[in-house]
Design a protein around this ligand. Structure first.
Ligand SMILES: Cc1cc2nc3c(=O)[nH]c(=O)nc-3n(C[C@H](O)[C@H](O)[C@H](O)COP(=O)(O)OP(=O)(O)OC[C@H]3O[C@@H](n4cnc5c(N)ncnc54)[C@H](O)[C@@H]3O)c2cc1C
Length: 291
């Protein structure tokens, strides 16, 4: 019997775990190198995926059927009333989405990749091609040769340099603020909560927009259940970075200046621990694989 194909995956996040599932289902011997020693499941916010993709991932065994989601079928577009502080509805459309909790999504993919060697706290120092079609991954474990190496090491991928030397992501002129906050932040805002129970909301403002939607809470949130009683409010606000101000807290100023009062109040209640901001970069790789 031929020896199993050896696949080395660099990065054990969403793409890395998905590649590991694909490889192990095809009968390969898969090793994942993840730089972070911490549990990735404890990070992340909301992530919206199209229902057909969710169905495909469940149907093909990448995601567990029991992974909680918070599907809604409608998208509501809001803006602030000109000259006022109340919300004005611009449009309402059928737009089914499957909002997920990033941590639960990762956990489900990770469980599906249960049989693979997953090395946590194991940064890859370099990867290089060798003769005979092999690639060599160097880490603190030494050098290990693989038939296939998958670079799933994120936006600043070092593996990408093998495919496109010198290609660097270009900073985009906007950044994103994300939050995943307990529904207590909507106390006193029953109309907004009611809206979010049936729709995802896009809030437009000059120079950017925000999206708001409910996601399943994890075991450490709410009542800890996997049911509809355990929800978080997730948001992602895309806007221009502030000039000369600390970017993190700026989202509250931005919301105060541009959002309807209720939505600005909800963002202000998020607190720092439940929110994060990061710059965005664009990169267009001329190729994604090489023999
Ligand atoms: C912790 C986290 C939370 C996120 N939360 C959200 C969210 O809630 N919603 C959303 O839409 N997007 C989120 N993002 C944005 C992200 O781009 C995507 O959602 C998704 O995670 C992209 O998956 P990825 O596997 O391609 O890359 P990433 O998630 O960026 O993962 C890359 C992985 O590679 C590892 N790595 C990098 N270099 C090396 C190396 N040299 N050796 C070994 N390992 C290495 C990193 O530690 C990381 O785990 C998040 C990203 C991260 C990392």
């Amino acid at each position: 019997m031929a020896a199993a194909l050896r696949i080395g995956v660099i990065g054990g996040s969403i793409a890395g775990c998905a590649a590991a599932v694909a490889g192990s289902r095809a009968g390969a011997d898969v090793t994942v190198y993840e730089r972070s020693a911490a549990e990735l499941q404890d990070r992340g916010f909301g992530i919206v995926i199209p229902p057909p993709l969710h169905e495909e991932l469940v149907g093909s065994g990448y995601l567990d059927t029991d992974m909680p989601t918070a599907p809604v079928g409608t998208r509501v577009w809001l803006t602030r009333e000109p000259g006022g502080r109340s919300a004005r509805e611009l449009a309402r459309q059928a737009s089914p989405v499957t909002p997920c909790n990033w941590g639960l999504l990762w956990r489900s993919l990770r469980a599906s990749a249960g049989g693979v060697r997953y090395l946590r706290g194991q940064p890859v120092a370099s990867v290089r091609h060798e003769s005979a079609g092999l690639a060599v991954i160097a880490s603190t474990r030494g050098e290990e040769a693989y038939d296939v190496v998958v670079g799933a090491d994120g936006h600043a991928s070092a593996t990408r340099q093998l495919l496109a030397p010198g290609l660097r992501p270009e900073p985009a002129p906007y950044m994103v603020w994300r939050g995943a906050i307990p529904l207590g932040a909507l106390a006193g805002h029953p109309r907004e909560l009611d809206l979010l129970r049936g729709a995802w909301v896009t809030l437009g403002f000059p120079g950017g927009h925000g999206i708001f939607y409910l996601i399943p809470g994890g075991p450490q949130d709410g009542d800890g259940s996997t049911g509809a009683s355990n929800r978080l409010l997730a948001y992602a606000i895309y806007g221009r970075p502030p000039e000369g101000a600390e970017p993190g807290p700026y989202v509250q100023e931005l919301a105060k200046e541009h959002f309807p009062a209720a939505w600005a109040d909800i963002v202000a209640r998020g607190g720092r621990r439940a929110t994060a901001c990061h710059p965005v970069a664009d990169v267009q790789a001329p190729r994604v694989a090489r023999p």
